[in-house]
Design a protein around this ligand. Structure first.
Ligand SMILES: C[S@@+](CC[C@H](N)C(=O)[O-])C[C@H]1O[C@@H](n2cnc3c(N)ncnc32)[C@H](O)[C@@H]1O
Length: 250
């Protein structure tokens, strides 16, 4: 038997250790994620679900599409929360997955969708199942967003699309990485380019990408909400990213 050069062994071990570091940096600790989720549960458990006309306006405003495009399709909503999936103004087969489905039951008991308690990182569906996957204001709440986007790619059909929106910050990574210390609800603070590259690396062809600043005049609600938005916009360079990615036909 040929002896293995010790230098080769050191090299292989170094690569393995490095790979593990890369993977763990993509994932926050379970405790950190659970702390964020406790805050999510408090914030949303008493919210109301969306109005059908608001859902139409959301798709037109954010993605420039008519929601009727999805009529009769199979749609998966990852991180469904108390969001759009429950009152869709179209006939379709909609499935919502969220770790807090049970916490929101008082609000979503009349949901039109099929609801599952689960996480985006482990989707309980076969590959190529859905015509479209939607995930709105979710990836910065996850434990492993990159793993979840890979899962979304797996379960959407060839030629199917991912619709995503995410709150982002155009700040240096050293600042963004520390924002989680003061912002309990969000384990991640992404830059717009990070979202784009993570989705692209999962395999999606990106057909729409926009990083938009909020206009303070458009913020509804009390003065407090406008002040919060102004601080986010000017101090933290807050931007809302919308993206559509297509799984190639191959
Ligand atoms: C800000 S809420 C947005 C909910 C909904 N998409 C909407 O637009 O109203 C974030 C949601 O992400 C969910 N979430 C957190 N981690 C998740 C994960 N690993 N997989 C799926 N959903 C997750 C939370 O439970 C919460 O419902």
């Amino acid at each position: 038997m040929t002896a293995v050069d010790p230098i080769v062994i050191v090299f292989v071990v170094a690569i393995r250790v490095n790979t593990e570091n890369v993977l763990t940096r993509d994932m926050v600790s379970l405790q950190r994620w659970q702390r964020a989720q406790a805050g999510e549960s408090e914030s949303w458990a008493h919210e109301e679900t969306w109005d059908a006309s608001d859902i139409r306006a959301y798709f037109e405003g954010e993605f420039g599409i008519d929601i009727s495009t999805f009529a009769n399709e199979k749609i998966l909503v990852v991180g469904s929360g108390t969001g759009v999936v429950h009152t869709l103004p179209i006939d379709c087969y909609a499935v919502g997955v969220d770790p807090l489905t049970n916490d929101f039951l008082d609000v979503i008991e009349d949901s039109d969708a099929h609801l599952i308690t689960g996480v985006g990182e482990r989707l309980p569906f076969a590959a190529n199942t859905f015509n479209a996957v939607w995930t709105f204001n979710v990836i910065d709440h996850m434990r492993n967003p990159k793993g979840a986007i890979d899962e979304m790619y797996r379960v959407v059909q060839l030629g199917g699309e991912l619709y995503l929106d995410a709150n982002c910050f155009s700040l240096p990574s050293a600042v963004r990485r520390r924002m989680g210390c003061v912002d309990r609800l969000h384990p991640y603070h992404f830059a717009p380019s990070q979202v784009r590259s993570t989705v692209g690396r999962a395999g999606f062809d990106i057909s729409h990408f926009e990083a938009r600043e909020t206009r303070i005049g458009d913020v509804s609600g009390p003065l407090k909400a406008k002040v919060k938005t102004a601080v986010a916009k000017y101090l933290f360079r807050f931007q809302q990213v919308t993206l559509i990615g297509r799984k190639p036909e191959k």
